[in-house]
Design a protein around this ligand. Structure first.
Ligand code: HEC
Ligand code: HEC
Ligand code: HEC
Ligand code: HEC
Ligand code: HEC
Ligand code: HEC
Ligand code: HEC
Length: 288
């Protein structure tokens, strides 16, 4: 009987191995081990340690490792499993087909296809193993966090120069009415994605773009139903500098000098007044 149970157990495990892929717990025996790098010396790649805590609270806690890592079913791993950046959207597409379809229309995907790896794929905006629900304030794409997520690239001088992109997207947004409102917690205010779209982002020159001149009335109109043509023209990304927007620049320079001179005159006035009153006091108290 004992023998039979042993054989049955072995058979069961063999069957398991052939019919099913390794369980998450199996993967985590190695990848959930903080000492991974000590156990497998010579492995340089970052991120081999997957925080069990992070994954278990993520939106994907219900799916298994191998549902995303479809080419890995156990250990040793197949030789060529290195995930290229351009493989990631396809990996997610098996469950998020609609998003994938939109994303593949975007400038970001066109850039990836051209080999511009600086452009974002799903994981740049959402994270990898710790993705949270979009309504979770900790999510990278929670409305209040979107400006920071986009600006990790769109406020980068290096990237702007390299790909000839306009700079100062974050600072100009933060100084705008919407930016200020969002900072004060008004989630109704427009964030980057409200105007640019989310997965189907296109440059303004593209007639399909939400920020193409012809489409602005509709884009702003989502929240400003009575938006006139002039209202829609009010600029969002106003770069106040000598080389940027001239009007606001002159006004700013004027006020800086005006207020500066005013304060100096005021200080001089106070000091002179103080000296005068001291002198008067001294003179008054002198026995004469
Ligand atoms: C929602 C899909 C998804 C799930 C579920 C998932 N992963 Fe990943 N994983 C990814 C993506 C995407 C990458 C590639 C990240 C990159 O290169 O930026 C990755 C990378 C990795 C890497 C390599 C790190 C690196 O920098 O290349 C390891 C190791 C890994 N995952 C292990 C796991 C384990 C273990 C589980 C289960 C607990 C798991 N993954 C679950 C999507 C997933
Ligand atoms: C016995 C330990 C061990 C187990 C179990 C294990 N891995 Fe790995 N994993 C490694 C090592 C070591 C590497 C480094 C590259 C290699 O050896 O292939 C690695 C690399 C990876 C990578 C990165 C591949 C790359 O180069 O981009 C992913 C993704 C990954 N493992 C996922 C998994 C998944 C999913 C499971 C469970 C089905 C799993 N691993 C089970 C040890 C393990
Ligand atoms: C440029 C940044 C960016 C990229 C790239 C991106 N997303 Fe998103 N994603 C967002 C933002 C922002 C939201 C939140 C939208 C909202 O609040 O309605 C979102 C929402 C989502 C949602 C939930 C809402 C929905 O529309 O179903 C899913 C699922 C999702 N993304 C998956 C993906 C996948 C899969 C990819 C890759 C094919 C991807 N995302 C690429 C920024 C991005
Ligand atoms: C095996 C199927 C599967 C794969 C593959 C997968 N997801 Fe998901 N994803 C889900 C499920 C199921 C949910 C919904 C969980 C819930 O509603 O609680 C989800 C939810 C999400 C959400 C949150 C949506 C919301 O409404 O808040 C985002 C963002 C997301 N996934 C991104 C990704 C990204 C990025 C990848 C690729 C790295 C990916 N997913 C791969 C099944 C998958
Ligand atoms: C990982 C970096 C990265 C992230 C994150 C990112 N982008 Fe981009 N974005 C790029 C790169 C690189 C290009 C240039 C692509 C090209 O020139 O082909 C680009 C192009 C654009 C363009 C077109 C610009 C032009 O002048 O052609 C817009 C608009 C844009 N992104 C908006 C956004 C918004 C909104 C977000 C956040 C929801 C975002 N991006 C997140 C890297 C990023
Ligand atoms: C209220 C709407 C609105 C918001 C919010 C907004 N933008 Fe814009 N954005 C525009 C419009 C309209 C243009 C085109 C005209 C211009 O350049 O001012 C533009 C231009 C851009 C461009 C150049 C694209 C091109 O093709 O000209 C980038 C990149 C960009 N914005 C990124 C961002 C980022 C990043 C954020 C968030 C920090 C953001 N935007 C917030 C409306 C908005
Ligand atoms: C996601 C919603 C949303 C979108 C899209 C949006 N806005 Fe706004 N906007 C707001 C909110 C909310 C306020 C604050 C209204 C208030 O408190 O009175 C505001 C305020 C403003 C203000 C200053 C106050 C006012 O009402 O005159 C201007 C100017 C403005 N938006 C311009 C634009 C332009 C131009 C666009 C399109 C490029 C745009 N908005 C798109 C939500 C949005």
């Amino acid at each position: 009987m004992k023998k039979f149970i042993l054989i049955a157990a072995v058979a069961f495990f063999c069957f398991q191995k052939n019919a099913y892929s390794m369980s998450d717990a199996g993967c985590m025996q190695c990848h959930g081990d903080k000492n991974f790098y000590l156990r497998f010396p010579g492995i340089k790649q970052e991120g081999m340690y997957i925080s069990p805590g992070g994954f278990s609270v993520s939106v994907h806690k219900g799916i298994s490792c191998t549902q995303c890592h479809t080419t890995i079913q156990g250990y040793p791993h197949p030789a060529a499993v290195v995930t290229g950046k351009n493989d990631i959207p396809v990996m997610c597409s098996s469950c998020h087909r609609d998003v994938y379809e939109k994303y593949t229309q975007s400038i970001h995907w066109s850039a990836i296809k051209k080999g511009i790896t600086a452009a974002p794929v799903c994981t740049d905006c959402h994270g990898t193993h710790g993705i949270l629900k979009i309504t979770n304030p900790g999510a990278k794409v929670y409305p209040e966090n979107i400006p920071k997520t986009c600006s990790s690239c769109h406020d980068s001088v290096k990237l702007a120069q390299r790909y000839n992109l306009p700079l100062n997207r974050l600072t100009t947004y933060e100084n705008s009415f919407h930016g200020i409102a969002l900072k004060f917690g008004d989630l109704r205010a427009a964030n980057c994605a409200s105007c640019h779209g989310v997965h189907e982002i296109l440059p303004s020159s593209d007639p399909r773009s939400s920020i193409n001149k012809a489409n602005l009335a509709r884009t702003c109109g989502k929240c400003h139903p009575n938006a006139t043509e002039n209202f829609v023209k009010s600029r969002v990304h106003v770069v106040v500098s000598k080389h940027g927007e001239k009007g606001p620049y002159i006004v700013r320079v004027f006020y800086t000098w005006f207020i500066g001179i005013l304060i100096t005159l005021f200080v001089v006035y106070v000091v002179v007044d103080l000296i005068n009153s001291r002198r008067k006091k001294k003179n008054g108290s002198k026995p004469s």
